[in-house]
Design a protein around this ligand. Sequence first.
Ligand code: ATR
Length: 277
Amino acid sequence: MEIDGKTRLYGIIGHPVGHSMSPAMHNAAFAATGINGVYVAMDVADAGRAVTALRELGFVGVSVTVPHKEAVMAHVDEIDPVARRIGAVNTLLFYRRPEGHEVVVRGFNTDWQGSNLALAGKIRLAGSRVLVLGAGGAARAVGFGLVEAGAEVIISNRSEDRGIALARSLGCRFAAPGQLAEVRADVLVNTTPVGMAPHVDGLPIDPALLPGFRLVMDIVYAPLETRLLREAAAAGCQVIDGLAMLQYQAAVQFKIWTGRQPPVDVMRRALLERLGA
Ligand code: ATR
């Protein structure tokens, strides 16, 4: 599709964004569905000034990444209720109400849906028990998604105070890393960077505990097969790699921005190509 006078504008704001894989995913999705759109990466220092500029320039949809996911919330007109509960927005939609001429900016969070869609392909989440390792922004989105889907969540984190605070805001249990041998759960999700290149030998949990889980998801995607996923597969668990959440959160963005069904396989292939995998 050629860029012309009618090309719709999409993109990502963050700092840094030079290594973002979102342009590859979204531009591949536009090409595959014949949508006249283009998605670019924008390195932005100030989220508020960026939203003003994007609104004026006529952007339709914008992803928001680190460090702007919380700060951007003060600069949008509407916030989806789940995004408000999570306290982070990763997706902006610019639209006009049928009766009005002004552009309205609505913030969403698709990270939690990305995680749920990735997991729901392998297991019924309602009633499942899920151990989430980590207590940062990713753990928060994953945890809220799981609670939303009716799963029972247990948070574990290196820094206990941070882990207990997240568990409290999710209304779930906290287990210290030293107590994990006593935890029984169907699913394990790693949201920490442990195992990420160049420290590929890192393991976020004692591998002796892996046979206790049916399903293990890692959000680390470099390498694609982390040591955690390799050992989990060897222990007989089903595994979900770190591209799945990324792919599905982008697929939900595509649906929000275009109203069309996202070409999820095309988006995954774009990610794999981008990674050289
Ligand atoms: P994100 O927003 O991507 O989730 P983050 O807010 O920096 O990133 O959170 C990273 C999470 O990984 C935290 O839970 C962190 O634990 P602390 O709260 O103790 O800092 C966890 N983490 C990072 N490096 C870790 C390591 N080497 N071992 C165990 N946990 C680690």
